[in-house]
Design a protein around this ligand. Sequence first.
Ligand SMILES: [Mg+2]
Length: 254
Amino acid sequence: MSASATGLVALKRNLGLQSAIENLKSKMPKRLLLFDIDGTLINSAGAGVQALILTLAERFGIQDDLSDIEIAGVTDSGIVVSILNKHKIPATHENITAFLDSYVHFLSLELPRRKGKLLPGVLELLEKLKSRKHLVLALLTGNVSRGAQLKLEHYGVWHFFEFGAFADDHQDRNQLGPFARARAKEKHGREFSAAEIDVIGDTPRDIACGKALGARTIAVATGTWSRDRLAKHGPDFLIDDLSDVDRLINTLGW
Ligand SMILES: [Mg+2]
């Protein structure tokens, strides 16, 4: 056999192997992966909090560093209600909407002013997961959708996610899971059972909302919560960060 014919046989074999692998992958059970944003995918270096502080100052004329307001894991609308309550401003729909509109404006200014970053391993992980056709990547976050888009576009990863459940859907994070699930059904024409869903986040509130959905919970200690403190909330998996990408994919069966 000539060298070119041998090469052709090898090529055919490779192509056969590749299509067999693709075939196997396409038969893998679908999974819906729901990612939190702040402390899980990105650290905005305080851009979000600063945008809240500026909104309160510019729109409501109140100076407050918001150090006593619980923020991590809380929905944007929930945070706004806490701030309004603290300052005895009626938490009307009008005031909440006005606050959030200004917040999004100031967020767009603050993001480029700060040295935020993608957290370790995030880009590599998203690239690898996106190439696996049985995985659906989406967001489950306390951000309002406009804020989520601003943040993730700023750090170049918005395009990885098909859809999301946001603070616009509900003020209580534990109620967001069903919105994500309904959108997955709209997009993919099938119901994702609780056993087919992973919720990935950095706070006990992410773990709680994953459990509320009956999903598998993966806690990552890259936010303000340490590994030990997260452990007390009983996530199914607990990891330091997302940097060991291949091991993570193998361990979680992604
Ligand atoms: Mg978070």
